[in-house]
Ligand binder design. Structure first.
Ligand code: ATP
Ligand code: MG
Ligand code: FE
Length: 341
């Protein structure tokens, strides 16, 4: 028994088949990064048209590589928010249409819950129950649109501890990448360039570090990089690497220290980390290093499930399914769907 899950919240079109034990049977992703690169960011109209073009074939591929026939699918799930409304509509309409045609339930899934639970995919529990037992912990979500710390008490029981006041971590990476003349998205480019750079070459600010503060702010850091630009030569390869390494370190230090602070506050010894920025190699390295020093276990999302994908939506859907939850076909998409109400 399995679910078919669709993800179209932004510029990735994705379909996945996940069995009712949380095992990923297939995960197909078509990224539109190339299509949007010439514009330096995501163009909503272009994104939704591309979703329409790929959706049907992607569903067929996901079923085929899972070795599952449409009639064998127990329920259809799709991301219903947050995201671009014109993009969300494509996946959710497809999932609802399939649910209606096959006379099976529909599940509307919060994209952020997909990210939040993704570190547990394929881990823990018995082999029959992959990642279904989720212990109380602190979750750090670092994506293109969100930066949040949450106290996860159980699946569906989340307490917001802190979030960004302005730019998300991924957004800061992408905006700074743009300033430095790097291709979109800047995050992975900065990650690569930072490897050969000096983290201490530039002194960039770490905001909101005063005791007890679990909020984030990255716009001051972005402005600090901007002010440095006229004084440096970006054509010099080493200087570019140094800026990348110094900027990246400023973001990472704040993320790591606040996540550890949150774990202490909540009295937990486990931190999960998800979202596209959790691909960042230096972030992963520092989390494990600092977590180790404080005897806090760090559960990192596998890189292929860090950026947008439908497997994480399917995984979240399985948790809801097993809790007996179903969504009405009338459930609308919601561009600002909150994770914690
Ligand atoms: P949200 O989930 O908040 O709606 P999103 O879905 O656009 O936003 P994700 O797909 O989770 O975000 O992640 C994309 C972001 O991850 C981009 O900002 C990208 O630059 C960033 N990112 C990807 N890889 C890396 C990396 N190695 N280092 C830093 N940032 C990265
Ligand atoms: Mg994306
Ligand atoms: Fe995302």
């Amino acid at each position: 028994e399995c679910l078919l899950a669709l993800e179209t919240s932004c510029d990735e079109t994705a379909a996945s088949v996940v069995d009712l034990n949380g095992r990923v049977l297939s995960s197909e992703v078509v990224t539109q990064i190339e299509a949007h690169r010439v514009y330096g960011g995501v163009v909503p109209e272009l994104a939704s048209r591309n979703h329409i073009m790929h959706m049907r074939e992607l569903c067929e591929q996901a079923l085929e590589s899972a070795g599952v026939k449409l009639g064998e699918v127990s329920a259809f799930a799709a991301t219903s928010g947050p995201g671009l409304v014109s993009s969300l509509l494509i996946g959710s309409t497809m999932a609802k249409a399939l649910a209606l045609a096959e006379d099976k339930p529909y599940l509307a899934i919060n994209h952020l819950e997909g990210h939040l639970l993704s570190p547990f995919m394929g881990y823990g529990g018995s082999d029959e129950d992959l990642g279904m037992a989720i212990p109380p912990h602190v979750a750090l979500i670092v994506s293109g649109g969100h930066t949040m710390l949450l106290h996860v008490k159980a699946v569906g029981d989340y307490q917001l501890l802190g979030r960004t006041r302005d730019d998300a971590a991924g957004e800061a990476f992408d905006k700074v990448g743009k300033m430095l003349g790097l291709p979109y998205p800047g995050g992975p480019e900065i990650d690569k360039l930072a490897v050969g750079g000096d983290k201490k070459a530039f002194e960039f600010p770490r905001s909101m570090m005063e005791a007890g503060n679990l909020e984030f702010s990255f716009s001051g850091l972005k402005t600090a990089v901007l002010y440095h630009l006229p004084k440096i030569d970006l054509k010099d390869a080493q200087t570019l690497k140094d800026v990348c390494a110094s900027f990246q370190e400023a973001v990472i230090e704040v993320l790591v220290e606040k996540a550890l602070r949150a774990a202490k506050l909540c009295g937990v010894l486990l931190i999960s980390v998800s979202g596209g920025v959790s691909c960042n190699r230096r972030l992963r390295e520092r989390l494990v290093e600092r977590g180790g020093q404080q005897s806090v276990e760090i559960k990192l999302t596998q890189p292929r499930y860090s950026t947008d994908n439908a497997a994480m939506i399917g995984f979240a859907a399985v948790h809801r399914w097993r809790a007996g939850l179903r969504s009405a076909l009338e459930t609308d998409v919601s561009p600002n769907l909150p994770l914690v109400s």
